[in-house]
Design a protein around this ligand. Structure first.
Ligand SMILES: O=C(O)[C@H](O)COP(=O)(O)O
Length: 406
């Protein structure tokens, strides 16, 4: 049961009374008449074969207020796309699959590249971006939700709670981020969020001095969660990073483009579990190793846009400050876990912190060597200015693919 604390920066929606999903859905059905709702599911083909997605679809079948579901399907060949059509066909909502690797969408991607707007690395960021474009072209939803496809603890109440603050016709929120504790099998998870992002934000406040931007990011209880809901116009204006900086990038764009009174977060689950990536100490291109590099670079780039300059000495100071904050937090997490009858492997937590600390320096070097590196995908506003009919053609391409003309 959560408390009712408000952090004074963004509004926090708690779960104080455990309302039933049916009660929430009844209201959402009414809201949907004024604010039609859609859902984006960024998925890898491999997730169709994993343990989570089939159960997620079983829950979505029962959701009565959604107008459309758009699935972005990555890493699928023709047979796999056809299998996916079958897999999602039991959804009663208006459902479309974006076959990102199919010839039609590939051709549009190549066209964007010719305009200097493409050449994006495949990944969740790019997948979400294309789904957003499709949603804009379909015009069916004014409120759009998004969640990962590897959630093992999925219940449709999670979606209802995520959509509610943005869907309520009398509320003026443009964006809502979900939060939850990542706990499973008696363990505290969420390693990058707990051991990198939180202590890094606090260290940056010490090294760079107080900044509203850092307080804002730190006010999110789970800044890396992949679950959010927004008004559809948000999709047109934001520039999303294509790499693991996606979540930090989205939050940063929201702070730039909206008043804080239009942003909120919501408690969406008592416990959340998903597919865990390895730390990958020896592979800077994989697992949490890569994630921590991308996130650190995303933060440095954003701070640079706020007028902060960094030198090598600053990165060394940041590393030392971060390390101290992170060790103190491990102690707090450990004690909290103990009282809750959970466990925490302090040795592997400290090993992860050592890796993240050295990645802060590495990310600093990469940032200084190549400050112009921009993993950002252009906003849809810009794409529409450059290629005005692209969204219409993308809509047609998706329709043909979904009719099975492949
Ligand atoms: O949210 C996070 O911190 C990362 O996605 C890692 O999560 P995990 O430790 O639960 O795998």
């Amino acid at each position: 049961m959560s408390d009712f604390h408000q952090n004074g920066i963004i509004t926090d929606f708690h779960n104080l009374t455990r309302r039933t999903v049916e009660a929430l859905e009844q209201e959402l059905c009414q809201f949907s008449r004024r604010r039609p709702m859609g859902l984006i599911l960024p998925s890898l083909f491999s997730e169709l074969e994993g343990p989570a997605l089939s159960a997620i679809v079983d829950e979505l079948v029962k959701v009565p207020y959604l107008n459309e579901i758009v699935i972005g399907l990555d890493r699928a060949d023709r047979e796999q796309f056809l299998y996916a059509r079958d897999f999602f066909s039991r959804l009663p909502q208006h459902t479309r699959i974006l076959w990102n690797d199919g010839p039609r969408l590939r051709a549009l991607d190549a066209e964007l590249e010719e305009h200097g707007l493409g050449s994006l690395e495949p990944g969740k960021g790019r997948n979400v971006w294309y789904c957003a474009g499709y949603m804009l072209s379909s015009g069916r939803s004014t409120v759009v939700g998004l969640h990962d496809c590897d959630i093992l603890t999925y219940e449709r109440g999670l979606l209802a709670r995520l959509m509610y603050p943005v869907a309520h016709p009398n509320f003026n929120y443009s964006f809502c981020k979900g939060y939850y504790p990542r706990i499973a099998e008696g363990k505290l998870n969420g390693r990058v969020s707990r051991l990198l992002v939180t202590p890094l934000l606090r260290a940056l406040k010490t090294v760079c001095g107080p900044m509203p931007y850092l307080d804002y990011l730190d006010s999110f209880r789970y800044p890396l969660s992949g679950e959010f809901a927004m008004r559809s116009e948000v999709l047109e204006g934001i520039r999303i990073p294509a790499d693991w900086g996606l979540e930090i990038g989205v939050l940063s764009e929201l702070q730039r483009n909206y008043s804080l009174r239009q942003l909120c977060q919501v408690d969406i689950a008592d416990a959340y579990d998903h597919k865990h990536q390895p730390v990958s100490e020896d592979d800077p291109d994989g697992g949490l190793n890569r994630m921590s590099l991308d996130i650190s670079k995303a933060l440095y780039r954003k701070l640079a846009t706020q007028g902060i300059t960094f030198s090598s000495e600053d990165f060394r100071t940041l590393k030392a400050t971060y390390y101290r904050f992170a060790l103190d937090l491990i102690e707090a997490y450990d004690h909290d876990a103990t009282m809750n009858g959970l466990s925490l492997d302090r040795h592997s937590e400290e090993q992860a912190v050592e890796l993240f600390a050295s990645n802060l320096l590495e990310a600093g070097n990469l940032f200084m060597d190549n400050p112009r590196e921009r993993p950002f995908i252009p906003s849809w506003n810009r794409v529409q200015a450059a290629v005005p009919d692209l969204l219409t053609r993308m809509h047609e391409a998706v329709e043909l693919d979904n009719q099975g003309k492949v």
